[in-house]
Design a protein around this ligand. Structure first.
Ligand SMILES: [Zn+2]
Ligand SMILES: [Zn+2]
Length: 68
């Protein structure tokens, strides 16, 4: 099992739709066919919501990044 890191969470499972490190409803399907993982960034926005960091395990894109 390959693992990769998002922030301080270093145990995200590549290709595992039941990734144990992921935030709530993640991972989500990425348009590339990989999985978009999410972890807490350790910060909150102005409304007190935890800010997530997302990263695809295949293409390495973040969900927040618009395609060019
Ligand atoms: Zn994950
Ligand atoms: Zn992707």
């Amino acid at each position: 099992m390959k693992v990769f890191a998002i922030g301080d969470e270093i145990n995200h499972h590549v290709g595992d739709a039941q990734c144990p490190e992921c935030w709530e409803e993640y991972p989500e399907p990425c348009p590339c066919g990989g999985l978009m993982h999410a972890g807490s960034s350790g910060e909150e926005d102005a409304d007190g919501n935890v800010m997530l960091v997302t990263l695809c395990d295949r293409c390495g894109r973040s969900e927040d990044t618009e395609p060019e």
